[in-house]
Write a protein that binds this ligand. Structure first.
Ligand SMILES: Cc1cc2nc3c(=O)[nH]c(=O)nc-3n(C[C@H](O)[C@H](O)[C@H](O)COP(=O)(O)OP(=O)(O)OC[C@H]3O[C@@H](n4cnc5c(N)ncnc54)[C@H](O)[C@@H]3O)c2cc1C
Length: 424
């Protein structure tokens, strides 16, 4: 593994795989995908049902088979994988901090980063179901992992809350494994998953769906013993007298996914509060230049083929970004601001501060016979400043950018040097 890559992709699900392949094909020389799982493929690895690839391959594939095609392609175009490794943090200057039991802690540098961390399920805490906290309450995706990957049945008699695709797919899966799925409850007056899943997973297996119903209470102290359901009105308020006790030992929650954006928020990517994913442009570039996003991290896709499509766009964008950076040379421009005539050097390498502080030499336009600040900023944020007792055009002014400004300098295109009033 190298220490520096053109493109680093975080997440080896379908979004990340498609982005990495497309970045490589579009000219990025070195592309690395990092995933915390031992195997690439993301959520597809636990989706052993078919229904994947109908748009792109015109075939009805199981999740792992769909993933395998992209894993093979990624390997054949020369994408590198770093698995069983968790990305802890990234910076606007495109440093990626990774940890793994294999190597401890590592810093990897990238020219461009693609965020492809997928989404996580909403839990009981997020929907506030009253009652005890007994064993036997799982998210549908966790149960799916238990059954399809770990080979373990989490219960025998189930109620599922939420008519999302994962819940309906699990209703069928559990039935096929010999469990009884008593009911799927949906608080909305309509189905929230795909109609095809309703037909193939609930109707075909005679599993009842109750719309405008929710869980009122969980009964059972140590283990779930029953679920109390209730009908809701158009404002989602429980309707008194409609409560029903459904004996069950397990409650599965399929109540939505939330884009996984902790890393995105930490690096300063602007998040759309409506969908909890980053604001992106037509290339899937986020508000931080050179950081792109692909897949469920942006918004929740229903079909994996759309995830792949968006991943291809993000990969192209990242490759284009890398090309521009390489063509322009990786320099930051020094721009004369208020009362500065010229600055030498006019450019510094983006990485210049890695070797130590950088000294700037300049002349002012007009004299000021009182205390002033000579300041360096990125246009918005002050990076460093120095107090001068006066400035005169005949006398060269020097100012040193300290090494600790490394991150600030790396993320900007230009540095503005200006003379400002002392009181300001
Ligand atoms: C249960 C279920 C059933 C589905 N059924 C269908 C279907 O039948 N047909 C269909 O077309 N679509 C289906 N979909 C939708 C489709 O599978 C998803 O939209 C798609 O897999 C999302 O891809 P992704 O790459 O965005 O995320 P994911 O597949 O979730 O991949 C994200 C990856 O990022 C990794 N990651 C996250 N954070 C970090 C970190 N900090 N460091 C390192 N790695 C990290 C994760 O380990 C994961 O591998 C289904 C989805 C689910 C959940």
């Amino acid at each position: 593994m190298k220490e520096r890559y053109d493109v680093v992709v975080i997440g080896a699900g379908p979004g990340g795989l498609a982005a990495a392949i497309s970045a490589k094909k579009e000219g990025a020389e070195s592309v690395l995908i990092i995933d915390r799982d031992k195997e690439p493929g993301g959520i597809l690895n636990q989706c052993i049902h078919n229904g994947f690839g109908v748009e792109i391959f015109k075939e009805d594939l199981p999740g792992p088979a769909y993933a395998e095609r992209f894993i093979n392609e990624a390997e054949s175009v020369g994408v590198e994988f770093l698995l069983d490794s968790m990305v802890l943090d990234i910076t606007p200057s495109k440093k990626v901090y990774v940890t793994s039991k294999w190597f401890g802690f590592k810093e990897i540098e990238a020219t461009s980063i693609i965020l492809a961390m997928g989404a996580r399920e909403r839990t009981r805490a997020q929907i506030r179901i009253p009652g005890f906290r007994p064993v036997g309450v799982y998210t549908a995706g966790t149960a799916q992992r238990f059954v399809n990957i770990e080979g373990f049945m989490p219960g025998k008699r189930f109620v599922i809350l939420g008519s999302g695709d994962i819940g309906m797919i699990m209703a069928r899966r559990l039935t096929l494994e010999g469990a009884k799925v008593e009911r799927v409850l949906e608080i909305m007056p309509h189905l929230t998953g795909l109609t095809r899943n309703y037909v193939q997973c609930l109707q075909d297996f005679n599993i009842p769906l109750q719309l405008s119903h929710t869980v009122n209470r969980i009964l059972g102290k140590n283990r779930v013993e029953a679920i109390e359901s209730v009908q809701v009105d158009e404002h989602f308020n429980p309707i008194k007298g409609t409560e029903e006790i459904i004996p069950a030992d397990t409650l599965l929650l399929s109540v939505g996914l939330i884009p996984e954006n902790e890393l995105s928020k930490k690096v300063g990517v602007k998040i759309d509060p409506l969908i909890q994913g980053p604001f992106v442009d037509e290339e899937m570039q986020t508000s931080v230049p050179g950081i792109f996003a692909a897949g469920n991290v942006v918004h929740i896709f229903d079909l994996v083929d759309w995830v792949t499509d968006a991943g291809i766009t993000a990969g192209k964008g990242a490759a284009r970004y890398v090309k521009v950076v390489k063509e322009k040379g990786d320099f930051v421009k020094l721009v004369p601001g208020n009362n500065i005539h010229h600055i030498v050097p006019q450019y510094i390498k983006r990485d210049a501060l890695i070797n130590g502080p950088v000294k700037l030499m300049m002349r002012v336009v007009k004299p000021i016979e009182e205390k002033v600040w000579v300041e360096v900023s990125d246009g918005q944020n002050l990076i460093t400043r120095k107090l001068e007792r006066y400035v005169r055009p005949a006398e060269m002014v020097t100012l040193t950018i300290p090494q600790k400004a490394y991150d600030d300098v790396r993320k900007t295109k230009e540095l503005i040097v200006s003379v400002e009033r002392f009181g300001g």
